[in-house]
Design a protein around this ligand. Sequence first.
Ligand SMILES: Nc1nc2c(ncn2[C@@H]2O[C@H](COP(=O)(O)OP(=O)(O)OP(=O)(O)O)[C@@H](O)[C@H]2O)c(=O)[nH]1
Ligand SMILES: [Mg+2]
Ligand SMILES: [Zn+2]
Length: 304
Amino acid sequence: MKGRVLKSTGSWYEVLIEGGQVLQARARGKLRLDDINETNPVAVGDWVDLQPEGNNAVISAILPRQNHMLRQSVKKKGQAHVLAANIDQVMLIATLKQPRTSLGFIDRFLVSAEAFRIPQVIIFNKRDLLTETELEEQTKLMQRYQTFGTRTLALQATHDDLLEVNEILENKVTLVAGHSGAGKSTLLNRLSDRIQQATSNISSFSNKGTHTTTFAEMFRLDEHSFVIDTPGVKEWGLVDMEPQELSDYFPEMRAVRTSCKFGARCIHFHEPGCAVIAAVENQQISLARYESYLSMLAGEDNRK
Ligand SMILES: Nc1nc2c(ncn2[C@@H]2O[C@H](COP(=O)(O)OP(=O)(O)OP(=O)(O)O)[C@@H](O)[C@H]2O)c(=O)[nH]1
Ligand SMILES: [Mg+2]
Ligand SMILES: [Zn+2]
């Protein structure tokens, strides 16, 4: 039979099968979809083939993926972690403080999604903690992302009404990601009585290495809408790609790069007649985004 992985602990999986039943399953031997060295071959959101085994089941195959969000390990080069597979959109929960989400992190996350043309939404959470000046900084940041079509929203997940969030999630499978403590689980808990994720306050998550949510898990909001809560990620390592490929994942660069004198060979670094550099100079492309681009091009892991 066929099912969809709702939760993965690394050794056990919860799989939703037709009719709505959830089975506990283990994975059989070597299951590998592709040649990426993934720390978790079976990811939340994967469609799998499974056979009954007593009251439980065994996953015998992973069905081909439509897409996945893949994060390169920053510490162990060559190892990658799949946050989730077969998703319709990603929702990044970012915070200007407690904790601060760096622009480098946001941009790396967006690039990883854009590589699969997965639509992105950024929620700037904990609005209530910001001063007037910080609110202005946040508004500018939101406008920067909106100029190339990324939807952004500022929220206080603990109190605001979530009509717009609900509308964004409707009829889609959405991966929710962000740093530990950004408020992912807090937000999801308010969307449905069925979601009762543990959350914890600032003082406990600031202790190094503490994650309140430890495993990714997919929840059903209604028949066609699902959300995936994930453990906080500290750094987002990009998967290896060709330097010429990178600007394809910056929508605002993709829009102008066909005019570069060197065409597809241009990496928009210092080539003469580069349309991307010209667009940065006339402020059509944000300098901060271009700096993020250069940092990724240089193979840096994260930028503060
Ligand atoms: N002031 C304020 N606090 C918030 C807001 N949203 C969430 N929090 C608090 O932030 C803390 C962390 O929230 P969680 O939902 O556990 O964070 P998380 O992103 O799920 O963290 P991990 O599971 O470790 O990845 C909790 O104490 C929440 O109450 C907000 O809008 N404003
Ligand atoms: Mg959580
Ligand atoms: Zn160029």
